[in-house]
Design a binder for this molecule. Structure first.
Ligand SMILES: [Zn+2]
Length: 122
């Protein structure tokens, strides 16, 4: 899927910290940081674990399966692995959106360099 955008897209503020996320999205994979000290999977990417402050982190592939946490102007699906991710819901009827409904990650190749992670009803 690819969306036509007429305005310039925002770019990551910390490209080195988020590079594994964007490289995985380009391969149509969803990856998130995992703390190897306490096993916590989290999002957004940070240089230390938000639970135990360890800097022993690795990037892991997550399922992309999620449940809709809330919706309004901003929509925040929580992944099966726990993290919440601000994204867009596509390919669904907005009137059918319900909190905790199952979702699935889809990848929008917006430019040759950038792929955005979005969600659709599962
Ligand atoms: Zn930790």
């Amino acid at each position: 899927m690819a969306t036509e955008y007429t305005n310039p897209l925002p770019r990551p503020l910390s490209p080195e910290l988020t590079r594994p996320f964007w490289e995985a999205a380009k391969r149509h994979e969803l990856r998130m940081p995992r703390c190897t000290t306490c096993d916590h999977v989290f999002f957004y990417p940070r240089s230390e674990c938000p639970r135990c402050l360890s800097t022993n982190l690795e990037w892991v592939k997550v399922s992309g399966r999620a449940r809709l946490h809330s919706f309004n102007v901003v929509q925040q699906p929580a992944l099966d692995e726990g993290p919440r991710l601000v994204s867009n819901i596509v390919q669904g009827d907005i009137d059918a959106l319900r909190v905790d409904m199952p979702l699935e990650a889809v990848f929008d190749d917006v430019t040759p360099e950038w792929t955005l992670v979005k969600f659709k009803p599962a």
